[in-house]
Design a protein around this ligand. Structure first.
Ligand code: FMN
Length: 605
């Protein structure tokens, strides 16, 4: 099959990028889809030929990834998010509006081929909710009016500018903020190397290469009390110390930029506005464990971010911060990006490695852990974007300084993505241990529409919910664990008194049932059953015994799967049934007092 030149060149680059050809499979398919609109049988055969796999295997792998289409979409593929943060701010109404305006439903195409529509899971624009993507462009803080204008403009042939990071993702700084990793947010051209160098860029790497041994770099990160920002809060320096000390062995640094946990949207601005900070963090991690190769795995939806990071990597190579003999130190490091194609599960570290190897993103059995047997069977450090972005400042300004910014055993600052029913949703960099009540009242401007607070999801939709009276606590990993929840990935979703908790539980379970990879039976069957039961309950067909059954079914999923996605589905559900049983009772009695998740556009539009 003859390919357009631009795609041919892309395929050639991708095939040289990895130690095995199969790793290029998913990116090849996504780029082919960008050119042809979908992946047809001829393209499958062509990709299969180039990576020495059967078309059957290619097809079977690609069927796993929700962004890969086997049928044509419209010229403008409209993807409306209705996940929790968007649902709370009118995402369902935006979806309905688009459906009626275009006269098509989920996964349908208009007769003229101009538009197609899809209701999608979290796109990582939670603080700009309600949000949608049209092709790869993000549009945030939507109202029915702005949506209407947007679709009309596209229909007339123009392409409205995507939402700028300054609206929705970034806001006026609050006095309580301590900008360390977000210090470049809002600075013009902050993605460029020269601007980064004016803001202490690459000084941490210089110290790591010229003044410290690899072991000393690990010690410095250990002393900083930096803990993983991807969700579990594992101490970063300790993770690095598990990598076998064998300088001759191939090892990898993997940056997890799959950011798909509902409520979480901080890795996108970090990569968009400070890509060199991340690159520096990855190279320092390489120096610490004596690895010489790294990959940044970016979720497929973040295409424009991938291009920004690619350009920054190119600049770093050109100026000697990547490649051979970095800063004259004798240390070599190569770095490339890799794109996913739509799968929350691929954010789970072992599934991410499978995906990068060109397979379906199924989790691996552990042990062995990635530090010993990871990507391509080699020792691998995997860290979140935010974790790695914190490393340059630690190396530059010292572990004690960084540690002292936070609370005991929880060093530094973190980006809190505050979304939902607050007056000032946004991404705020606050010290670890900052009080949650103050965060909502002072930083995020209090509960919108003068309503009362009902619940908070403190760290992304996988976390048990807190009631309004439980939020006077420090936001760090240990305090949240003590309170029976988790700090997770920093996605603070705020829920007011007008929200139906059965509806919320139902929406959360829809996400996990959609995203369960199906590998482990308790997760595959459990999430599907819970979704059915919660739907039935919400629509008034629940039975009294279902209340206990929902809780029991969820508990039976805990700890019974290869990865924690089953737990992630069960934990919020258990907390909702336990803390708001009366709302389930009200549904039984047929008198749920709440309206379906309301559009806030009248207020925020
Ligand atoms: C289902 C699932 C999805 C996950 N998604 C992400 C993700 O999108 N980004 C991320 O950094 N970590 C994610 N994680 C956590 C990773 O498995 C891993 O713990 C993390 O990348 C380690 O980096 P850290 O130590 O810097 O936090 C996910 C975990 C699970 C179980």
């Amino acid at each position: 099959m003859e390919l357009p030149l631009v795609l041919e060149q892309k395929f050639q680059t991708l095939l040289q990028r990895y130690p095995i050809k199969r790793s290029a499979l998913v990116p090849m398919a996504l780029y082919a889809q960008d050119v042809f609109g979908y992946v047809n049988d001829d393209l499958i055969a062509e990709i299969a030929r180039r990576i020495d796999l059967s078309p059957l295997h290619v097809n079977e792998t690609l069927a796993y990834y929700s962004m890969i289409r086997r049928k044509p979409a419209g010229k403008h593929h409209v993807q409306v998010c209705t996940n929790v943060s968007c649902m709370l701010r009118g995402g369902n109404q935006i979806y309905d509006f688009v459906r009626k305006k275009l006269e098509i439903s989920h996964k349908e195409v208009t007769a003229d081929g101009m538009f197609s529509l899809e209701e999608v899971e979290c796109i990582g624009a939670c603080t700009g909710a309600p949000a949608m993507q049209i092709n790869y462009d993000f549009y945030e803080n939507l109202t029915q009016r702005s949506t209407d204008q947007l679709l009309d403009a596209l229909d007339k042939g123009s392409r409205p500018a995507r939402t700028q990071p300054t609206s929705g993702a970034v806001h006026e700084r609050h006095p309580a903020e301590v900008p360390v990793i977000s210090r470049l947010f809002g600075v013009p051209d902050s993605h460029k190397l020269d601007v980064y160098l004016q803001h202490d860029g690459y000084k941490g790497l210089e110290r790591a290469l010229k003044e410290l041994t690899p072991d000393q770099v690990v010690e410095e990160v250990k002393k900083s009390n930096l803990r993983g920002r991807g969700g579990a809060g594992f101490p970063t320096g300790m993770k690095w110390s598990f990598v076998p000390k064998d300088p001759g062995k191939t090892k990898y640094i993997l940056c997890n930029a799959d950011e798909s946990e509902p409520g979480t949207c901080k890795d996108r601005p970090l990569m968009e506005m400070a890509p060199h900070q991340l690159i520096e963090g990855v190279v320092i991690a390489g120096r610490a464990v004596e690895a010489h190769r790294g990959y940044i795995y970016i979720r497929g939806e973040y295409r424009y971010v991938l291009e920004i990071v690619d350009a920054a990597i190119e600049e770093a190579y050109a100026r000697g911060y990547l490649g051979k003999n970095i800063l004259g130190s004798g240390f070599d490091f190569d770095l490339t990006t890799h794109t996913g194609a739509g799968a929350y599960e691929c954010g789970e570290e072992s599934a991410l490695m499978e995906s990068l190897e060109g397979k379906r993103g199924y989790p691996r059995i552990r042990p062995p852990f990635p530090a010993v047997v990871g990507l391509y069977g080699a020792p691998t450090v995997i860290n979140n974007v935010e974790t790695l972005s914190a490393v340059p400042s630690i190396l530059h300004r010292g572990a004690e300084w960084y540690s002292s910014l936070g609370s005991a055993k929880n060093g530094g600052t973190r980006l809190f993505c505050i979304s939902g029913h607050v007056n000032r949703p946004g991404i705020y960099e606050l010290p670890m241990g900052f009080n949650l009540k103050r965060m909502l009242e002072e930083v995020a401007g209090g509960i919108s529409r003068g309503r009362k607070l009902k619940a908070v999801i403190p760290g992304g939709s996988s976390c048990p919910l807190l009631k309004a009276e439980e939020i006077d606590l420090p936001m760090d990993f240990d305090s949240l664990a003590k309170a029976g929840s988790m700090l997770g990935s920093g996605g603070v979703v705020v829920i007011d008194e007008g929200t139906c908790m059965v509806d919320l539980a139902r929406r959360i379970m829809h996400f996990y049932a959609h995203e369960s990879c199906g590998w482990c039976i308790p997760c595959r069957e459990g999430t599907a059953w819970l979704r059915k039961m919660l739907d039935r309950f919400h629509s008034g067909g629940g039975r009294r015994e279902d209340i206990a059954l929902i809780g029991e079914l969820s508990k039976n999923m805990l700890g019974r799967t290869f990865c924690p996605l089953g737990d992630a589905a069960a934990l919020p559900t258990i907390s909702i049934v336990k803390k708001w049983p009366h709302e389930f009772e009200a549904h039984l009695a047929g008198n749920c007092p709440y309206q379906p998740a309301e559009a806030l556009t009248a207020v925020f539009g």
